[in-house]
Ligand binder design. Structure first.
Ligand SMILES: [Zn+2]
Length: 192
């Protein structure tokens, strides 16, 4: 229990004591629900978003702009951006950020499938929407280096969101605006 994010030893103990007080079948239901979640939930073959079908609802929607791809860290970011109702393109979920401290290298993230998509020539714009932390910037730049040669627009969401804020916690209006007023990625590291 204490290995779950945000749950320290004390909370873990409280949860365990709670479960022990419940009828035994209650724990059975919970265990089964957790197993079902792992069994049933798949990841979209195309964008790696969470999905109960091989291709997620967003990728399968022909009304969306499939030539614009918003690159995000995880599915919480997809949810946050979808909630703004301002974005009509599709996504690419990396599954994390490059973080040498946490031992996460580019090979563990969904980067090569993104580079392949760009090289397929079907993409017009890539929008980086990772949090503006050092790991986020490192990841953006790593991907940028691999796709910079392609003749596509590479942009980043406008930083109405202050440094260190996670997209998940940004308010919908600010986040929606930062997507609409995105800036060329090169401007964020050149000329200064
Ligand atoms: Zn998808």
């Amino acid at each position: 229990m204490s290995q779950l994010p945000g749950i320290g030893k004390r909370t873990a103990l409280r949860l365990v004591l709670h479960l022990l007080k419940q009828p035994k079948e209650q724990t059975g239901f919970l265990s089964q629900a957790l197993l079902n979640m792992r069994e049933d939930i798949k990841f979209c073959r195309s964008c790696h978003n969470i999905s109960d079908t091989t291709v997620c609802e967003i990728c399968a929607n022909s009304g969306r702009n499939h030539q614009t791809i918003c690159v995000v860290e995880d599915i919480r970011d997809v949810m946050a951006i979808e909630n703004t109702g301002q974005y009509k393109g599709i996504y690419h979920v990396l599954g994390g950020k490059i973080s040498p401290i946490e031992g996460v290298g580019p090979g563990q993230l969904n980067i090569s499938s993104l580079v392949e998509k760009v090289k397929s020539g079907k993409v017009i714009e890539i929008i980086f929407a990772l949090s503006s932390t050092m790991e986020g910037d490192t990841t953006n730049f790593y991907i940028y280096k691999q796709i910079a040669e392609s003749e596509i627009v590479i942009s980043t969401i406008a930083r109405g969101i202050s440094v260190g804020d996670e997209l998940e916690y940004a308010d919908e209006i600010t986040l929606g605006r930062s997507i609409l007023h995105r800036v060329p990625f090169e401007k964020t590291f050149k000329n200064n």
